[in-house]
Write a protein that binds this ligand. Structure first.
Ligand code: G1P
Length: 297
């Protein structure tokens, strides 16, 4: 019988250099997307898919992250005194979401190294990994679909999305073959951030993974790769090449809405896209945005 996936790992130790100086004293995961820090969308997505235990792999600036998912007695008491129940709910919501644990990465040796730190916490169960730069629209149930595929096939499952070939060098890129399910592919090979023009396909790895515990052994012997970092993609390449280790690697091809908060322009686009859809502020923002865009040349 398939083991239900209850744990997620969220690497959050990046330096966020693209957002300096905003990220000088604050992790990039705390940058607001409309009125919630980016990381809260990711934790909410995990919880919606049935995850109850989240391990964040953090770096030196972790204090604000911890505070965000903790109670804040003074503020809660003040809002309660005022009878401001709506805001009180917003404050307590993030601390009640899930059981959140923190582990420091130590040396920043890459995404593969960050995931390897989760070994003791995860144990020998399959687990999810969610990267904070990608926000998946809550109406599109990508992680849930990936967990179902993992349970059916007892294999590693990654999320793939078609990207323009001009962007392929920013991602892990997969070589795939079809399966009997239209949104699921067998991953035959992976390459991390190929040189422009050398990408084997335009199917990019987006930041959602459901991993088998065997990945830890592979990561432990994965040598630094692209950028001199220990790459999760390289460990997954090993698993995709040998089905006998942990059932091989499958990809769920995602056609839904993904918002990239990883660089400055994409971050602004993500905020605008999410804000116009919101019931509370969308109606006011939309007509303004139309007028504003008409004035641009
Ligand atoms: C990481 C992974 C890459 C993946 C990407 C998705 O890269 O290494 O394979 O395609 O996330 O966002 P990063 O964006 O952290 O450089």
């Amino acid at each position: 019988m398939a083991i239900r996936v209850t744990k997620a790992v969220i690497p959050a130790a990046g330096l966020g250099t693209r957002f300096l100086p905003a990220t000088k004293a604050m992790p990039k995961e705390m940058l607001p997307v409309v009125d919630k820090p980016a990381i809260q969308y990711v934790v909410e997505e995990a919880v919606a898919a049935g995850i109850v235990d989240v391990l964040m792999i953090t770096g030196r600036n972790k204090a604000t992250l911890e505070n965000h998912f903790d109670r804040v007695g003074e503020l809660e008491a003040a809002l309660e005194r005022k009878g401001d129940i709506d805001r009180l709910k917003k404050v307590t919501y993030s601390s009640d979401l899930a059981e959140v644990h923190y582990l420091r990465q130590g040396d920043p040796l890459g995404l593969g190294h960050a995931v390897l730190q989760a070994k003791m916490h995860v144990g020998v169960q399959p687990f999810a990994v969610l990267l904070g730069d990608d926000i998946i629209d809550e109406r599109d149930h990508l992680l849930q679909r990936m967990l179902n595929v993992q349970a059916e096939r007892n294999a590693t499952v990654i999320a793939l999305q078609e990207v323009d070939s001009s962007h392929a060098h920013l991602y892990g890129i997969a070589t795939v073959s079809p399966t009997n399910e239209s949104d699921v592919v067998r991953v035959n090979g992976l390459v991390e951030k190929p040189e422009p023009g050398t990408e084997p396909s335009n199917l990019a790895v987006i930041g959602r993974y459901v991993l088998q515990p065997q990945v830890f052994e592979v990561l432990a012997s994965t040598k630094p790769g692209q950028g001199g970092e220990i790459q999760l993609t390289d460990a997954l390449q090993v698993l995709s090449a040998d089905e006998t280790i942990a059932g091989g690697v499958y990809g769920v091809v995602f056609k839904g809405r993904r918002y990239d908060t990883g660089d400055r322009v994409d971050y602004i686009k993500a905020i605008v896209e999410l804000a116009v859809e919101r019931e509370d502020i969308g109606p006011e923002l939309r007509p303004w945005l139309k007028r504003f865009a008409e004035g641009l040349d």
